[in-house]
Write a protein that binds this ligand. Structure first.
Ligand SMILES: C[S@@+](CC[C@H](N)C(=O)[O-])C[C@H]1O[C@@H](n2cnc3c(N)ncnc32)[C@H](O)[C@@H]1O
Length: 395
């Protein structure tokens, strides 16, 4: 089986030939390829760090799989939570995790070299700067554990590219490859991915609530609401809001339980359905679309954005938040490796893709939105935010 993929739009400046940037890149490429310059740069204390840093980065790319497996091994042994309670030495840790000291030591030393753990006094190990979030945020550990599905699918990268939807990641996301798969899937599949999404949503919610001002709105419709974590956090953050939740019926059943547990049932209403086949409920003056568009191909996103536009009153707002691809201007200050992760994750998942903010803004404009703005937020790796408004002018 294979599916058609949407082509990303390349920035227009890349299409024009022979730009100054091309000439500069070619010059740099020649420098990088020169063995003489390589040797010279290592003997010169002013340039040595540049060459060392480039070599280290390349080494890290080569070793990436080992790094992620070290992290997964530590998570599976519960080391981060254990050492967060109190640092411990090799013998104590070996007894607790029931592993021979010589092999465990390899894992601990590797984790130290990656900044996950660090040495403490009396030969003990404690948490390193990168280990602290892993001990305190269960959502990160859940994503790292979940990634083993992706890495298993990607063992043969070229085979994966031509057969991406055959793997275990595609089976994990029942709605993402074809519309019917969602209705055939068992409830436990919806529950599994919804739990993962709720666990990993905290960082995204933080970005949205600290960036967007909800004061002008009365009622919000969260499309693809999952278990309702964002809806509840938003309702707690802005107590004047009423919230409507829209998602596939099995997912909304999970959301109802969650909302009830958080004691927010009186401010929430539930609209089970599929945005592929059903209209969206009216009555909200803000629609939020959090980590939904990137799961779907362009034709589905266009249809969804049109439905959102139709459901909003004049002057209503769409707020879209999800991880986005690096733009051309950002790429000049160095590549971001998070794009590669999302390109492959979304490919393995189904038919979606990572889009640049410009691509999303273009799709929103096509659906009829105006005053489209890319809101600057503190931690774009978690999500970037774009808002657009339905014009108050009569058509
Ligand atoms: C990646 S999850 C994001 C959930 C939540 N917004 C978050 O950020 O954690 C995408 C959500 O879109 C929902 N979804 C996918 N296809 C849908 C469809 N056709 N109609 C309604 N919801 C859909 C999924 O059930 C899922 O809850």
């Amino acid at each position: 089986m294979n599916q058609n993929l949407d082509l990303a739009t390349l920035p227009t400046s890349l299409k024009a030939g022979n730009s100054w940037h091309d000439r500069f890149s070619q010059w740099l490429e020649r420098l990088y390829a020169s063995p003489k310059l390589y040797s010279f740069s290592l003997t010169n204390p002013f340039t040595r760090w540049v060459t060392r840093r480039r070599t280290q980065k390349l080494f890290d790319l080569m070793a990436g799989f080992v790094h992620t497996q070290v992290m997964l091994g530590c998570i599976r042994l519960n080391l981060f939570k254990m050492l967060h309670q109190a640092p411990a030495d090799l013998k104590q840790i070996a007894q607790r995790v029931n592993m021979p000291e010589p092999v465990l030591q390899r894992l601990l030393l590797s984790a130290v070299s990656l900044g996950l753990l660090e040495y403490r006094s009396q030969s003990r190990f404690g948490l390193g700067p990168l280990g602290v979030p892993l001990a305190t945020h269960d959502g990160i550990a859940a994503m790292i554990e979940h990634n083993h599905l992706l890495y298993a699918d990607m063992q043969d990268p070229l085979g994966f590219l031509s057969n991406a939807w055959q793997g275990s990641m595609a089976a994990y996301w029942p709605y993402a490859h074809d519309a019917q798969a969602a209705t055939r899937a068992a409830q436990d599949k919806f529950s599994r991915y919804s739990d993962l999404m709720a666990a990993s949503q905290g960082f995204v919610v933080e970005e949205i609530l600290s960036t967007y001002f909800f004061g002008e709105h009365q009622c919000v419709l969260d499309v693809g609401a999952g278990k309702g974590r964002f809806a509840c956090d938003m309702a707690a953050h802005a107590p004047h809001l009423q919230v409507k939740l829209f998602d596939l019926p099995p997912v909304l059943e999970l959301a109802k339980n969650n909302v009830q547990q958080r004691g927010m049932s009186d401010r929430m209403s539930f609209y089970p359905g599929s945005f592929l086949h059903d209209e969206l409920p009216k009555g909200a003056d803000l629609v939020t679309l959090v980590r939904v568009a990137h799961d779907h191909p362009d034709d589905v996103v266009k249809q969804l954005l049109q439905k959102i536009h139709a459901a909003l009153p004049l002057g209503g707002v769409l707020l879209l938040a999800e991880p986005m691809a690096q733009t051309l201007s950002e790429s000049y200050s160095g590549p971001t490796q998070s794009d590669a992760y999302f390109h492959f994750y979304l490919l393995a998942m189904g038919a979606g893709r990572l889009r640049t903010p410009e691509e999303i803004m273009h799709l929103m404009a096509e659906a009829g939105f105006g005053q489209i703005e890319h809101l600057p937020n503190a931690m774009p790796i978690h999500a970037q935010l774009i808002v657009g408004r339905k014009s108050k002018c009569l058509p």
